[in-house]
Design a protein around this ligand. Structure first.
Ligand code: ATP
Length: 212
């Protein structure tokens, strides 16, 4: 049986339940064998991260302990230059030529997708799943892309092994890393918004604390 590999990229600065619940529901709804969480080293589409790459990876490792099917994939984190999704997908494709790759992202991330590096090539390598996120809206360019591909290919990711973009709903959790960083900087608690092991890691390492 060819493998189905789901991927969720991001900065995970820090990882929170919005990411984790989304990842788990995507693993199930895409019928993937495994979902790779791919923290990037230097995000291609935004400024520098607050926590180091090593800390973001360590927090993700704490977060997925015991969650079968979710794995932390350090390949983008280990790159020295910007992280391009197209390079990552090409690497997966080379290693697993017959696997179906399903690249997942929130609606906010998909809104900028047409400005990513080589978006057409990304669609030649993988299917995309776009998940709704509280407060996020589609840009005009992304809406047009979605409509065009739906007319051409439909929305069912099993209809094709690449080039299909499907939209999915997941449990709506209005948690954002930006808000968590602001809370932590002001000494507010992030308990129940991130896994307890992540909260402890942040506390032990004094992360995001502007006074440290
Ligand atoms: P920041 O606030 O720093 O931008 P973030 O919370 O958006 O961070 P990212 O690491 O940028 O987190 O997100 C990685 C991926 O997870 C993106 O595709 C993003 O859209 C998605 N995502 C993040 N938070 C949620 C959420 N609460 N619900 C659904 N998807 C989410």
């Amino acid at each position: 049986m060819p493998q189905r590999i789901a991927l969720l990229g991001g900065t995970f600065d820090p990882v929170h339940f919005g990411h984790l619940r989304t990842a788990l529901e995507l693993l199930e709804s895409t019928a993937a064998d495994v979902l790779h969480l791919l923290p990037n080293h230097q995000p291609a589409h935004r400024g520098a991260t607050t926590a180091s790459t090593a800390d973001r990876l360590a927090m993700l490792e704490c977060a997925v302990q015991g969650a079968s099917g979710l794995v932390v994939d350090g390949r983008e984190a280990q790159r020295t230059g910007p992280s391009y999704t197209v390079d990552t997908l090409a690497e997966f494709r080379e290693a697993m030529p017959s696997a179906t790759l399903v690249f997942c992202m929130g609606l906010d991330a998909f809104s900028g997708f047409t400005r990513w590096y080589q978006p057409e090539r990304i669609l030649e390598l993988a299917n995309l799943v776009v998940v709704d996120r509280p407060g996020a809206e589609l840009s005009e360019a992304s809406e047009a892309l979605l409509t065009r591909q739906c007319e051409r290919l439909g929305t069912h990711i099993r209809n094709g092994s690449t080039g299909v973009i499907a939209r999915r709903s997941v449990t709506s959790l209005a948690i954002s890393a930006t808000r968590l960083r602001a809370d932590l900087a002001q000494g507010r608690s992030v308990r129940f918004l991130v896994p307890e092991a992540v909260r402890e890691y942040i506390e032990q390492h004094g992360l995001y604390d502007e006074s440290s």
